[in-house]
Design a protein around this ligand. Sequence first.
Ligand code: GAP
Length: 667
Amino acid sequence: MAEQKENLQMEKIVSLCKRRGFVFQSSEIYGGINGFWDYGPLGAELKRNVKELWWNTMTRSRDDVAGLEATIIMSPEIWKASGHVNTFADLMRECPLTKKRVRADQVEPQSGTVIRYSGAYSRKQSEGSTEDEKKYSRLFDEFAPALKSEESIQKLFENNVSEAEVKNIGGLIPDGKLDFLRKATAAAFAKKVFQPFSILLQQGKPMESARKIATQYYTENGCSDPILLGEHVDKVENSVDFHPESGIELSSARPFNLMFKTYVGPVESEDNVAYLRPETAQAIFAQFKNVLETSRQRVPFGIAQVGKAFRNEVTPRNFTFRSREFEQMELEFFIKPDEVIDTIHGRVATISENPQSAIRNPQSNWGWQAWHQYWVEERVRFYEGIGLSREMLGFHIQTKEELAHYARACTDILFKFPFSKKDENGNVKGDELEGIAARSDFDLSQHQRFSGKPMGVFDEELRAAWAKLPKEKQDVLWKRYYDHRKNYLTKSAKPDETPEQISQQATDDANGLAKGQYIPHVIEPSAGVDRLILALITNAYSEVTKTDDKGKSETTVVMKFHPRVAPVKAGVFPLLKNKPELVAKAQSVYELLRPHLKAVYDDGGSIGKRYARQDEAGTPFCVTIDFDTLGEKPELLDTVTIRYRDDGRQERLKISELLDFLLSKVR
Ligand code: GAP
């Protein structure tokens, strides 16, 4: 029941998105393309606002983050180094008839009656050419369906079954016909299509419908005019083995790489393969040295990028939540390894020493844990600042088993979407908006190894501090750094790398500390633009029902966007459109605002209708120019009425103060 309500809520939101021009299905006039979405006029403004706010928060308002705008297609070597070519895959299962795939971990449990077939063989193909073969074949046609399983036919074929047994298996074999049947089996068996096939019978459908689909399946798999074998009926309870649409039993799980492949240049050969980037992060690592040198930043510092990413998702779902083309806003924040912090500062400040109030002010002795917590808090504050309250957010702290082998921690910030599922205690936890990962020095190390270009940095402070450390402390820190590097190098070793080479490399890396050299570690807050847009839309959606004097009630939609993200900040209306003085004044107010913020001018219909239109678009303020603006009441000359979307409150404001008022609300 609750789920139905949530689905209805999503249906209403999807319909509003289309009706008001927030989100359209991509290529809609051609029937759409699954997993791709376009943003209409209001959606485009909303998206632009979100990206700009992120960019301003993460780069312009900080001294320690620089920006990057890299290409979507990069050297395929990048994706080998990052691990995407080998491991960026979802385990998925396929419907053997429709070829539709589902993620192995996302198959909805189903219960009901299953019709199973042990296989089929082709009547036509097994006809044979000689008179004898034809006779055997006809006989086989007659009796084969009664043979219960592939195993029983196999046994017969292998000739190690008695006539009595066969009678028992088939129940229908006439006396003295076993030899014929054996020969017929042999003839038919050569053409067999014996893979089993099962289908969940749809409610209210007859057995015949299952037979029809099984026949279609075997026919499409090269078995012309199939005779179905070993039909039997089974019951399943909460099974995750059947395709949610076709009801057909799924193949076993196989990895499926999510990167979109293309070719660079006119020749479609393996040498020219390239990929559409599946994340924006890797360009940041690949350009780390260039940014470091040109921005004159020093660790700790970050590089931020906003841009398109592409993943050939097996099951795009929940509107824009899981799409195949989407945008990311990613920051790679490079920090010193804990061994370096310890060398320089004599200790590493950790979370317990950084209560919530202190976590806002980065300290030079912070280790990776404090930085990780800092970025989780920063990101939550960002979401709060655009209207997503903490109550609507959730957290998932990845377990050891969930973490990538190189990651030290990952906290996902979740949002409670209408489609988010309840846990066993009936609480909605939410679905991922953003992941904040502590990725150690894995990424830069990988690019150093694959490109052969050094990705480490030199730190004079480290070199000087190391020289002053007592030998025992040097030994402890050296060993810790060595162990970490050896662990990484062992897990990421190429097949031709020997344990001796790995130990030597780890030794060289640890010896680098004394020379002031290290590879930075990274904290990665990685957010999806489209998921955030969907969160903002579902969060803003509200319905208001009003009843008029005659008892007629009407429900309207109010999109309660935070003014910072609202696609349109102000609607400007003349009270009447047939009064040139009102129109001219309203136009002048509109012209005053539009260079500074997104405003719309609307003179169509009653003021009530115009308010309702802007409420649906989520416009937080409406400005009306009336006769008092023109001086009908002299004390109100050059004032306007400003109406607040969320509570309908109205107040009078001087035109000369209007822009500052609006800017103070929307920035
Ligand atoms: N560089 C790390 C990275 O890409 P991720 O968890 O795979 O990590 C980060 O993606 C964010 O990108 C997610 O939290 C989500 O907001 C967004 N995202 C990932 N896949 C998406 C998809 N198929 N559709 C929409 N957004 C997606």
